[in-house]
Design a protein around this ligand. Structure first.
Ligand code: AP5
Length: 229
């Protein structure tokens, strides 16, 4: 399955994409995580992208497209992937289409998580992330057992620099201007499904799981028919 999960900052893309990856065995590719790793490496490219990420602006398309193209060409993506945070502009969506087309593939599904702005600010200002394994917590909805420590690996939990309220507002503005047009782009292609991202994590997950199970059943019945015919 080749899936994109789309939605405003803090919609729960990372939280849900991790579950999809675990249940369906596809790699979770999050461009935000890739950029944070590149920044931590203090390389030339890291210095270049840091100013965009810290201020909540988008990293230029040519840099993102190159990184994603390289990542998708690795063997673990052969049977599918879930892309989280990419594409974020129509240019990126076109670049993704071209890369998949060249490999004789196409996207199966785009999941759009819809969440209100107030809920987003509430979620992001309380988010904490494990520096070691990337696990995501929420101080109120999903707190760690020991404050400041990851339940899974005991790593240190930190608050992202772009999770300050003024930067969150800027990220929301950028989302509306640059990323929302993608919804029409994928609606026209008939591969977009909308999911209400406001309820609790498990309830959102139930909606997504159902959609993906139906998609898998549909794909296998199509291939059965092809074999029969
Ligand atoms: P990125 O890391 O992708 O940030 P984002 O899209 O703003 O998304 P977030 O990671 O903030 O949120 P999420 O939707 O994953 O929510 P999460 O599951 O963590 O990008 C960062 C930056 O990198 C960008 O600003 C840009 O500069 C650059 N960048 C990245 N990709 C790019 C691209 N393609 N092009 C150009 N630049 C790019 O959940 C959030 C919180 O809510 C957590 O605390 C979680 O526990 C909690 N939560 C989740 N679901 C629920 C729920 N249902 N109920 C209650 N709480 C919940």
């Amino acid at each position: 399955m080749r899936i994109v999960i789309l939605g405003p900052p803090g919609a729960g893309k990372g939280t849900q994409a991790k579950r999809v990856s675990k249940k369906y065995g596809v790699p979770h590719i999050a461009t935000g995580d890739i950029f944070r790793e590149i920044i931590a490496s203090s390389s030339e490219i890291g210095k270049k992208v840091e100013k965009y990420v810290k201020s909540g602006e988008l990293v230029p398309d040519e840099i993102v497209n190159k990184i994603v193209r390289e990542r998708l060409s690795r063997p673990d993506c052969r049977d599918g992937f879930i892309l989280d945070g990419y594409p974020r502009t129509v240019e990126q969506a076109k670049a993704l289409d071209r890369a998949l087309e060249n490999a004789g593939e196409k996207l199966d599904l785009v999941i759009e998580l819809e969440v209100s702005d107030d809920e987003i600010v509430r979620r992001l200002s309380n988010r904490r992330v494990c520096r070691n394994c990337g696990a995501i917590y929420h101080l109120i909805n999903n707190p760690p057992k020991i404050p400041g420590k990851c339940d899974k690996c005991q790593g240190e939990l930190y608050q992202r620099e772009d999770d300050r309220e003024d930067i969150i507002r800027n990220r929301l503005r950028v989302y509306r201007e640059r990323t929302k047009p993608l919804i029409d782009y994928y609606l026209k292609r008939g591969i977009l499904v909308k999911v209400n991202g406001n309820p609790k994590v498990n309830e959102v997950w139930e909606q997504i799981r159902k959609i993906l199970d139906e998609q898998i059943a549909l794909k296998s019945s199509r291939s059965d028919k092809l074999m029969d015919g």
